[in-house]
Design a binder for this molecule. Sequence first.
Ligand code: PGA
Length: 242
Amino acid sequence: MIVKDYTEMSKLAADAVVGLLESKPAAVLGLATGSTPIGLYEELVQRYHHGLDFSQVTTFNLDEYYGLASDHPTSYHYYMQQHLFQYLNIPATSINIPNGATPEPAGECRSYEAKIAKVGGIDLQVLGIGTNGHIGFNEPGTPFGNTTSLVNLAPATIEANSRFFERREDVPRQALSMGIRSIMNCRRIVLLANGENKANAIAAAVEGPISETLPASVLQLHPDCTFILDQAAAKNLTHSRG
Ligand code: PGA
C-alpha cells in the first residue's frame, strides 16, 4: 500500500495491530526498532489511552546489538522502553528482546527461538528495511534458512546507525538477530518504509529477483506480507499498487 506520508503509514500500521488485538487479545507481536516505527509506537500509545488493552500481549523484538547492556542508551532494550513499553500495560515477563550482554550468544539465540515456539509463533511481525535491503540485522548474503543468530553488521548499516551514537567507532559490529526463517515463520508481516533513501531497496525487494543478496526480497514468498510505503519510498516501483 502506498500512502501519503509518514503519519498515514504509522496510522495504517497501528490499524493492523489494533485489528489483530480485537480478534486475538493474547496476540504475539514481533516488533522492530530504528526511526521508522516510532510513529507507529506513538499511535499505539494513543490507542492504549483510548482503551486498547495490551495486558495479554506477548512481544518479541527482532534484534539487539551484541555487547550492549540493556540499560545502555543506544540498546534496543532502552529504545523499546523509551518509545513504547513504559507507556503500555504489557507485563514485563511478556516482553522478549535478545540479551545483547550474554556471554553465551549461541545459547541465547537457541533459547530465543524456543521461546517464540513455546508461545505458538508470532502473529504479526513489524519490519523496517535497511538501505541495503536488510530485514532485522540480516545483511545481504545471509542464508534464507537462518534462525536467530549472532550476525556481523554490514558497513552500510554501521554507517546508517552511527547517527544514534556519539562516534562511528561506538557502533557495535555485531548483533543478535532473528533470522530470515524466523521472520518468514511469522503468520503476518507488515513492512514499513518511508523516505527516498529506501526507494531502491523497496523496488529491489518488491520487483527484483528473490535473492539472498537482497534479504527483503524473500518476502515475495510470504503468504501474508503487506508493505506500507510513503510516496518517497515507493517512487522507484514500476507497478505501483495503491
Ligand atoms: P530505520 O532502520 O528505521 O532507522 O531506517 C530500518 C532498518 O535498518 O531496518
